[in-house]
Design a protein around this ligand. Structure first.
Ligand SMILES: *Cc1c(COP(=O)(O)O)cnc(C)c1O
Length: 396
């Protein structure tokens, strides 16, 4: 067992941290595909239920393979404790609902992944939780939204799909000043490019479906925080409502973590090259890429991110017609609403991921008819640029 705190750099942690090696001495992490656990004696069962003896009880509560994934994520994030969940949305929903009760108020940035926005705007109010959505790029907007019953702030940065950046340290300081907590959905940044806990956030959530798997195979999510918050707020909810991650998926995600730094580095390099190429093209009216000097919040990017993004957002001058022609002319970059994959993927948010928003809400978020989001994969950058150049010609 190597669960002690290690003074390793991320690439080493991602290969070795959290391993629970069985008596067989296997190299790769074992998949413990079991629902339950047996006890040698009635006394041993009693002791385990009393918490006097360590050990697993039931895989809805905890499982050795899932435990390895949680411990590896803790090492990477610098968090005391974590729970792995069946999807990113299971993680976001649990992080929000377990922080609040009827009568409380949440302030969230309005630029949110679609399902996250539904949880805040539609689900939470059904249980008596008031919600205010703000333009998160200005700290004054967060301050103005505070009420006496504000208990939670929620944001993602960079945001989907326009890659806006929110000043995490400033929102965390505001949360601390009123005794509230800050939850950061860190999916777009990845755990390598941004460390919300170091910036003052209290809870970090991931859709492990994205870069952590990164190869399009399985869904997963994770919540990381201090031990006290997990014990007091999440522990019982997690045991009794059953959002737990399958051991098989945990194993897949463990294997994903081993190559995460290599993939994120290559995908970020590809994204930077594609962003620079697009910025010089006459068919393109706007390129948003955290890492370029012309990003609207370039100063905050510099302050809180260790690298650029694996995603870029662009606007084509010809609107929806051009955007569709561009997508349809691509051979390598695939049309898909997913992201963080080894395959490059492109999305037209206005007609897919953000089609349920009102025209007004889309305009507020900067999503136009010509807006496209590209998630860069692991292909050769020259092939990608050739594919894009050909598609730009088709887009006119
Ligand atoms: C994908 C995503 C989610 C939801 O994750 P699932 O694993 O699909 O449930 C939440 N937040 C962000 C920013 C995402 O990209």
């Amino acid at each position: 067992m190597t669960n002690k705190k290690q003074n390793w750099k991320p690439a080493t942690q991602l290969v070795h941290s959290g391993v629970l090696r069985s008596g067989f001495g296997e190299t790769a992490e074992a998949i413990y595909l079991t629902q339950g656990y047996v006890y040698d004696t009635a006394e041993a069962a009693e002791a385990r239920f009393k918490g006097e003896e360590p050990g697993f009880i039931y895989s809805r509560y905890a499982n050795p393979t899932v435990d390895m994934f949680e411990k590896r994520m803790c090492a990477l994030e610098g968090a005391e404790d974590a729970r792995a969940l069946a999807s990113g949305m299971a993680a976001v929903t649990a992080a929000i609902l377990c922080s609040l009760k009827a009568g409380d108020h949440i302030v969230a940035a309005r630029a949110l992944f679609g399902s996250c926005r539904w949880v805040v705007e539609t689900l939470a109010p059904r249980y008596g939780i008031e919600a205010t959505l703000v333009d998160g790029t200005q700290i004054e907007n967060w301050e103005k939204a505070v009420q006496p019953n504000t208990k939670l702030f929620f944001l993602e940065s960079p945001t989907n799909p326009t890659l806006e950046v929110v000043d995490i340290a400033a929102v965390a300081a505001l949360a601390n000043s009123i005794g509230a907590k800050l939850v950061v959905d860190n999916v777009f940044a990845t755990p390598l490019q941004q460390k919300p806990l170091e910036l003052g956030a209290h809870i970090v959530v991931y859709s492990a479906t994205k870069h952590i798997d990164g190869q399009g195979r399985c869904l997963g999510g994770v919540i990381l925080s201090d031990k006290e918050w997990i014990d007091e707020n999440l522990h019982d909810y997690f045991r009794h409502t059953g959002p737990s991650l399958s051991p098989f998926n945990a194993w897949t995600l463990l294997k994903g973590l081993e190559t995460l730094p290599l993939r994120v580095r290559q995908q970020t390099e590809n994204a930077a090259k594609v962003a620079d190429f697009l910025a010089g093209r006459p068919e393109v009216s706007r390129v948003i890429y955290p890492g370029r000097a012309d990003h609207p919040q370039a100063d905050i990017v510099k302050k809180q991110m260790k690298g650029g993004s694996t995603l870029i957002c662009l606007d084509l001058k010809g609107g929806k017609k051009s955007a569709f022609a561009f997508e349809n002319a691509l051979d390598i970059i695939l049309i898909s609403n997913n992201l963080g994959d080894s395959k490059s993927l492109i999305t037209h948010p206005a007609t897919t991921t953000h089609k349920n928003l009102t025209d007004e809400a889309r305009t507020e978020l900067g999503i136009g008819d010509g807006t496209l989001r590209i998630s860069l994969g692991l292909e050769d950058a020259d092939d990608l640029l050739e594919d894009i150049e050909k598609a730009l010609k088709a887009a006119g």
